[in-house]
Design a protein around this ligand. Structure first.
Ligand code: OFO
Length: 174
């Protein structure tokens, strides 16, 4: 069982994860219109991953006998100007999500909710990974410059990213 305060905070985080999925889907389409098919693929895979983050929260809240309450998802931007700016915005967004996850863990501790604090550890590790991988892409783009052959190679590399459905999550939602 989790407290109402914890449930509300987890529901709110689900909305943030849904927004992440929405934001990256918008970036995927924008990148496609710029001829950056690899980057478009990368953002599309990222959007799908964010949906798995939503489902993890869904499963956890449900497993605790609480109800998932969905809220309006904010409209993401449609124009990201340059691929460098799109990834810079991605990093800023992920850093903000990391801060919210840390705040959630703070609430779990306040509520003496060890189960939720442990559940949230997966997200702590995931945020480290996400910030690191986006940071590496930004470094590569800065080294290559946003146009020309260097960016072409980076775009090809981004096109190799493949979405993998987490095995345990498949079992949980099946
Ligand atoms: Fe859900 O990790 Fe990004 O936002």
């Amino acid at each position: 069982m989790i407290t109402d305060k914890m449930t509300q905070a987890l529901n709110k985080q689900m909305n943030a994860e849904l927004y992440s999925a929405y934001l990256y889907l918008a970036m995927a389409s924008w990148a496609s219109t710029q001829g950056l098919r690899g980057a478009s693929n990368w953002f599309f895979v990222q959007s799908r991953e964010e949906m798995t983050h939503v489902w993890r929260f869904y499963n956890y809240v449900s497993s605790q006998g609480s109800q998932v309450i969905l809220d309006t998802v904010a409209k993401p931007p449609a124009d990201f100007e340059t691929i460098a700016k799109a990834f810079a915005e991605t990093l800023v967004h992920e850093q903000a999500v990391t801060a919210i996850i840390n705040a959630l863990i703070g609430i779990a501790h306040e509520e003496n909710d060890n189960a939720t604090a442990i559940f949230l550890q997966w997200y702590v590790n995931e945020q480290v990974e996400e910030e690191e991988s986006v940071g590496e892409i930004i470094d590569q783009i800065n080294l290559a410059g946003p146009v020309g052959g260097g960016m072409l190679l980076i775009d090809r590399e981004l096109g190799t990213r493949v979405f993998k459905m987490p095995v345990g999550l498949v079992a949980a939602v099946a």
